[in-house]
Each structure stands twice: as structure tokens, then as C-alpha cells.
Design a protein around this ligand. Structure first.
Ligand SMILES: *[C@@H]1O[C@H](CO)[C@@H](O)[C@H](O)[C@H]1NC(C)=O
Length: 350
């Protein structure tokens, strides 16, 4: 059947429009090695990803997520945070958290629980409550004990404390610190250990990847907790990088400063955001950045694994948080692996 000339012209226009909006010519990954397999072959415990409950209705997304050769570990992006788990005092809802824990279990993945005590995504009954030392201690103990007990035996690790420091190394002033000083940290860690003695207990923060006051403060905190016999097993380096700003030397030095104190470390929320529009050269730099970060984890024996903050640009938190930036993940928004994927493989093979 012949197409009319005008219909054929329209089709041709549509074709051009489609090609331009899907960046069909952007470079893609060439490696056929699956990432968790690469991590394990390199002696690491896992390569993993964050995920979130609304994404689990996307079957193309879940098909890749389910592949345990690709991802050996999951972190729930939101559904184990305080506002989701205990939205009203002593009213617990594990629905969303259980969905991700069950998926991890069904597909043979380990889980990093995320997170127990954080200033953000905190229900107002906590953040705006009127507390004494005694009442807020009891609230923290009840929250941590109930949540950690619920998942006891299922968690590789918990981010017990999330983002306790300002970038200048002072403690973040939130309801916990303002009421209890830094004691809230030991209160939460002690309760978590009692509720699940087998889970690794972490403190997780960002901007620990560079030299300066923040990493110094974290090293001091771990030193102090160890001296006081407070349980602490690991420090999470969130690793939300900006393209071209990975400082591998500082990252390695900082990880080693912590592992020297007897804790393990992990890359917990890796992504690498690009100022849009991303060029082919940007995607090559991103490949180098991912390779460099994974290479540091390889160089530090106490670095147990690497978690990316979701695997695809389709569900990345970056565009809505950092205006003008995006394409931070190793898979593009069409679930096609980018050169960054090859960088991760090369990092594990270094
Ligand atoms: C993913 O794994 C879960 C648990 O085994 C299964 O119920 C689901 O159908 C899988 N989804 C896809 C898209 O493979």
C-alpha cells in the first residue's frame, strides 16, 4: 500500500521529533558483566540500589531490579523512615517497608534499613513536640526498638543515625540534639543493638567524601563512641557527587581514617549529577567518576559494598531537588545502561 505524500512527510517529521527527544544517539554501556556479580567476584559483599514503593508497579523497572546478579542489596528510599513507620505516636505502619523487605527476601538480596533517627521526614508530633530528656529518650527508644525488632534477622545493616552533622562539623540542631545533646546518638545505637544484635549499626552522612571539618567530626564521634563502648559498626558515605568533583584521594583517606578505628564503611547513596543538557563528553566523565568511586571502595578492604540511589534516571531524586541537574544514575530514563555502567564494572575490576 502506498502512503500519500503528505502522510509520509508527517511520519518523517514524527520520526525526527522522536529521535531528538529520546537522545537515541547518546553513548550506551557495552559491558555484559552484571554489577552484583562484579562486586562479589571482587570480594565485596554487594552491589545494590535504592528503590521506592511507587516504582514497584513498573514491571520493566522491577524486572531489572529483581535480577540479583545485577543487584544484591536493596535500600528502601522512603518507606522505613520515621514519618512512614510511626506517623502518630506509638502507631506503627510497616506496610511499605514490608513490601520492600519481602521483595528483597524473595529475590535473595540483603537489605540496608534506612533510617531510624533523622531530622527530616520526621512527623510533626516528634519535631514540634514538647519534650524533656526523659520523654524524648523514651520516644527514641520506643521507635528504634519497635522498628528494629520488627525486621530483626532480616537486616544486614541499619542507618541508625542519619545526617547528624552540619558541613562545618558541628552537630545539626534538631529536636533530638536540642533536647538531648549528642546523647541521642548513643541512646538510639544502644536500643538498636538490643533489638537486633546481628544487624550492623551505621551512622550515615553526606560530604564525608571530602577533607574538612565534617569528616574530622565523624572520626571524632566514632572515636568517642568506641571509647564509651557504644555499639557502632559502620559509617555510610552517601556520595551524591556532582560531575567531575570526585576526589578519590580524599575519599580513600577518609574511609581509611574510619576503618582504622574498627568500623566498616560503605558507599550508601551514590549518584553523579550532570548540569543539563548532558553531552557525550559528560557521560564519559560520569563513567570515569563512577569508576573512580568504586575503585576507592576496592582499595579500602573495610569498604563492604556500593549502593546507588536508584539505578535509573527515570526515578532519580536529582531533577526535583537540584534545579538544572539530572542524568545522575547509571541507567537512563528508558532503562538503558549508560557508560557509567561500564565505569562501575571497571571499578570492581581494578
Ligand atoms: C519480581 O520478583 C517478585 C518476587 O519474586 C515477583 O513476585 C515479581 O513478579 C517479579 N517481577 C518481575 C517484573 O519480574
Amino acid at each position: 500500500m502506498m502512503l500519500s505524500a503528505s502522510f509520509a512527510a508527517l511520519l518523517s517529521l514524527l520520526h525526527v521529533a522522536t529521535a531528538q527527544t529520546t537522545t537515541a544517539s547518546a553513548p550506551t554501556a557495552t559491558s555484559t558483566v552484571a554489577l552484583n556479580n562484579a562486586a562479589k567476584a571482587a570480594g565485596k559483599l554487594y552491589f545494590g540500589t535504592a528503590t521506592d514503593n511507587p516504582e514497584l508497579t513498573d514491571t520493566a523497572y522491577v524486572a531489572i531490579l529483581n535480577n540479583t546478579n545485577m543487584f544484591g542489596q536493596l535500600t528502601p528510599g522512603n518507606s522505613m523512615k520515621w514519618d512512614a513507620i510511626e506517623p502518630e505516636q506509638n502507631v506503627f505502619d510497616f506496610t511499605g517497608g514490608d513490601q520492600i523487605a519481602d521483595l528483597a527476601e524473595a529475590t535473595g538480596k540483603i537489605i540496608r534499613g534506612h533510617n531510624l533517627v533523622w531530622y527530616s521526614q520526621l512527623p510533626t508530633w516528634v519535631s514540634s513536640g514538647t519534650w524533656t530528656t526523659e520523654t524524648l529518650t523514651a520516644v527514641i527508644q520506643n521507635h528504634v526498638t519497635t522498628e528494629v525488632s520488627h525486621y530483626a534477622g532480616k537486616m544486614y545493616a541499619w542507618d541508625v543515625i542519619n545526617e547528624p552533622f552540619n558541613d562545618d562539623g558541628t552537630f545539626r540542631t534538631d529536636v533530638f540534639y536540642n533536647t538531648l545533646g549528642s546523647d541521642y546518638i548513643s541512646i538510639a545505637l544502644t536500643a538498636a543493638r538490643a533489638a537486633d544484635p546481628n544487624a550492623k549499626l551505621y551512622i550515615n552522612d553526606y560530604n564525608l567524601e571530602y577533607s574538612g571539618a565534617k569528616i574530622d567530626a565523624m572520626v571524632q564521634l566514632v572515636t568517642d563512641l568506641k571509647a564509651a563502648d557504644v555499639p557502632i559498626d559502620g559509617i555510610g558515605f552517601e556520595s551524591h557527587f556532582i560531575l567531575g568533583e570526585v576526589d578519590a584521594s580524599s575519599l580513600q583517606t577518609n574511609m581509611e581514617s574510619l576503618t582504622a578505628l574498627g568500623v566498616e564503611v560503605a558507599i550508601t547513596e551514590l549518584d553523579d549529577r550532570i548540569e543539563l543538557p548532558a553531552t557525550d563528553a559528560d557521560l564519559e566523565q560520569q563513567k570515569a567518576d563512577y569508576e573512580s568511586v568504586v575503585g576507592v571502595c576496592m582499595a579500602v578492604s573495610g569498604c563492604v559494598g556500593v549502593t546507588i540511589w536508584d539505578y535509573t534516571d527515570k526515578y532519580s531524586w536529582i531533577p526535583s531537588t537540584f534545579s538544572g541537574y539530572g542524568e545522575a544514575c547509571p541507567w537512563d530514563e528508558n532503562l538503558v545502561p549508560k557508560p557509567a555502567y561500564d565505569g562501575i564494572v571497571l571499578g570492581f575490576q581494578s
